[in-house]
Design a protein. Structure first.
Length: 714
């Protein structure tokens, strides 16, 4: 709490001193010499405005502070200086965004306290402005492991974005734009971490032809830190069967490939992001013994698009997509040797002596899922009407399951061992009902109205019709008022998240969740109000918001042993976000933010838990010598209350991490850069929250780590 108080005082003092300074300048006027110096400040300010232009809010390139909604732009080069190593690390610096992990090793990205139960499934993930969420679970976890060296910028909508972007743009939108420059790099670090990558860019100004390439590989042996007691070790009758405490299996490998090229309005984009990783704390919250087990997510997409100007006022874009995504689990531990397995007609934990024994190595599962998706779309923008800009969108997509199978080393009817693992590809004993499809027809319309020189309104609505999950309509009404350095934003928007294939079509096999084909989409109605103060050398922002969440999809809502997904209840989400960016002299910069969130069940007002109410970040970076930059980054995550149905009463403790990085630019020759850093400098012992009835002492995270990088721009 002291960290938050100190950070809040810093924010208010910086904002207050900036306002006073602006007022004094207005009263006293500027001398000629000061005006000349001010021209340099103004030039830097204009360049900064250009750097933070984005199309994510309206499909029209504008500065992030001038568009409707609450937008954050993270520049890849700045994130490198501050020591972020991946996209996931970088977005943790965003106000209102909490990053964590679950027992299976999936990144948990919470925007304003929403997303714990579906990792990235409550936000839309884009790679180079193309959505990559899987219909299977709404996730795209490999995108968060893209090396920061490959990132030009990360564009983040905090709040609803469904009126423009559609499905999964529920709590936010994250667009990762890969780097277009020409550079090679290599890196290494703790736990046997190593990586290398290349980016290349070619442009012909005469013909307009362009080509760019991004490729990288990154791997780590993992920390192998102690897991703590798993849920078997916490049970009196089965404690001796557990492999815990023992080392977790957090090996990581990530591969990225992106190719872009085009000429004369025609463009081709091909991209792949693949993550191969270990069992971490066990997908079923059992500390792993076999380190040869693994899981893998593979995202592949190709898009061809054509942009044309039909007249001075009318532009049109046509595009076609083809994607193939897969997820595979290999030899994950379901039950340790000697453990009872839940079977029909038996009580949990009951051992029937008449049943054959299980495999000596324990009962294991292997799963595979594949989906193929195609899409066609058209966008038309028209600005022929006075002080109005219209945008119309139409999109059709079809996704179908490919191979879906489950493989077991035991007989699911008796729990007994089998000579060779049996693969199930049909409805029986499979982890997902195969052969399912989804077709979506989407229509959207948006009008940007310039009411006056200082006031702009944006009115939009989108309709999405799902052949398996009903229809959703997402309207938006937003306004932006500007007066000198002062900007006020207001927005009301609705959003939705359709049920995933896993939530609809998972039969209850073993301890897994059970799907519900009658599910409806989750919906939200959000109101936001923001104030921005923007002057050369200083930008400060304050945002308040409130959202009503309905039809929340949760498992086990109707009975104690119920594992079926249901639409249950309502919740109210409200919060405050404050942030500031300030230049300190000509050499140093400070970035700081603090956010407060509160999400409660309705109508009883009970906190839903499983998120940090308070988040904070401070980053200070600047020159310590010629071409040498030092950066210090502090990340604070407040304590987290448990969910109401969790037997644990004590909240998860807050923690504060300090990270340090040094950047030596143009070493010996122009373009050669050396970087090194230490994360968690104080070796803070901290934990990620575990789900109820799993790791009762939560999930320990690694302590102090180091990294180093060399890069060359050509």
């Amino acid at each position: 709490m002291r960290f938050v108080v100190i950070l809040s005082l810093i924010l208010f003092s910086i904002m207050g001193s900036s306002a006073t300074q602006a007022s004094d300048q207005g009263m006293l006027g500027l001398e000629m010499s000061a005006a000349m110096a001010g021209e340099m400040d103004e030039m830097r300010h204009l360049l900064a405005l250009i750097e933070t232009q984005t199309e994510i809010a309206t499909k029209e390139k504008m500065n992030a502070d001038f568009v409707p909604g609450i937008i954050t732009i993270l520049l890849g080069e700045k994130m490198e200086v501050m020591g972020a190593r991946t996209v996931g690390e970088a977005i943790s610096m965003t106000p209102g965004v909490e990053t964590s992990i679950n027992n299976a090793g999936d990144p948990m990205i919470l925007i304003r306290g929403i997303g714990r139960s579906h990792h990235s499934g409550h936000m839309q993930i884009q790679l180079n402005s193309v959505t990559v969420n899987k219909t299977f679970d709404g996730a795209a976890t490999s995108a968060f492991y893209i090396p920061i060296e490959q990132v030009e910028r990360i564009e983040i909508i905090r709040g609803p974005g469904a009126s423009l972007h559609g499905e999964f743009a529920y709590s936010g939108v994250v667009n990762i734009v890969t780097k277009k420059g020409s550079r090679a790099y290599a890196s290494g670090g703790a736990f046997g971490t190593s990586g290398a990558g290349l980016s290349y860019n070619y442009e012909n100004p005469e013909t307009g032809a362009f080509f760019s390439l991004n490729g990288s590989s990154r791997q780590s042996d993992g920390s192998r830190i102690d897991s703590g007691p798993d849920h078997f070790a916490s049970e009196g009758r089965n404690a001796d069967l557990s492999f815990s405490p023992g080392p977790i299996d957090d090996e990581e490998k990530h591969v990225l490939g992106v190719i872009r090229g085009g000429v004369g309005g025609l463009e081709l984009l091909v991209q792949n992001s693949r993550r191969h990783y270990g069992q971490y704390y066990g997908m079923l919250a059992l500390t792993p013994q076999d380190m040869d087990a693994w899981q893998e997510e593979d995202l592949n997409l190709a898009r061809v698009s054509y942009m044309t100007e039909l007249s001075d006022n009318l532009k049109m874009k046509l595009y076609a997509d083809a994607a193939e995504n897969s997820y595979e689990v290999k030899n994950h531990l379901l039950m340790p040797p000697g453990a009872p397995i839940p079977l029909p007609g038996h009580k949990p934990g009951e051992i029937d002596p008449s049943l054959p024994p299980g495999p000596e190595s324990g009962r294991t599962l292997s799963n595979f899922y594949n989906e193929r998706k195609t899409g066609l779309g058209v966008e038309a923008s028209y600005n022929g009407w006075r002080q109005q800009k219209w945008l119309a969108q139409a999109h059709y997509s079809a996704v179908s399951m490919g191979d879906v199978w489950q493989e077991m080393n035991y007989d699911p009817r008796t729990g007994g061992a089998v000579d060779t693992p049996v693969r199930y590809t049909g409805e029986e004993n499979n982890w997902l009902s195969p052969g399912k499809e989804r077709k979506v027809v989407s229509l959207a319309l948006q009008d940007q109205i310039e009411v006056s020189d200082s006031l702009n309104l944006t009115i939009g609505v989108r309709s999405d019709d799902f052949d398996d999950a009903g229809s959703s309509v997402s309207p938006r009404l937003a306004g932006v008022w500007r007066n000198g350095p002062h900007i006020i934003k207001a927005q009301y928007a609705q959003a939705y998240r359709p049920p995933t294939f896993a939530e609809l079509y998972s039969p209850q096999v073993g301890p897994g969740r059970q799907g519900n084909p009658d599910l409806e989409a989750e919906t939200s109605q959000t109101a936001e109000l923001g104030y921005i103060y923007n002057q050369p050398g200083i930008t400060a922002r304050v945002t308040v918001y409130q959202a009503n969440l309905e039809n929340m999809i949760l498992p086990g809502a109707e009975a104690q042993n119920d594992r079926k997904y249901h639409n249950v209840g309502k919740a109210r989400q409200q919060g405050l976000e404050m942030e500031v960016e300030k230049e300190i002299g000509d050499e140093w910069n400070v970035m700081a933010n603090v956010s407060f969130a509160d999400t409660t069940k309705q109508p009883d007002g009970e906190n839903i838990g499983d998120y940090a109410k308070i988040l904070g970040n401070i980053a200070v970076f600047g020159n310590v010598a010629n071409n040498v930059l030092l950066a210090v980054r502090v990340n604070h995550v407040g304590e987290q209350e448990r969910t109401p149905d969790d037997s644990r009463q004590e909240p998860l403790q807050a923690y504060t991490l300090v990270n340090l990085s040094v950047n030596w630019l143009h070493v010996w020759t122009h373009g050669l850069t050396l970087r090194a850093g230490v994360n968690n400098v104080a070796d803070q012992q901290y934990k990620a929250p575990s789900a109820k009835n799993t790791y009762l002492e939560d999930l320990p995270r690694p302590g102090r780590t180091w990294w180093a990088q060399v890069s060359y721009e050509f």
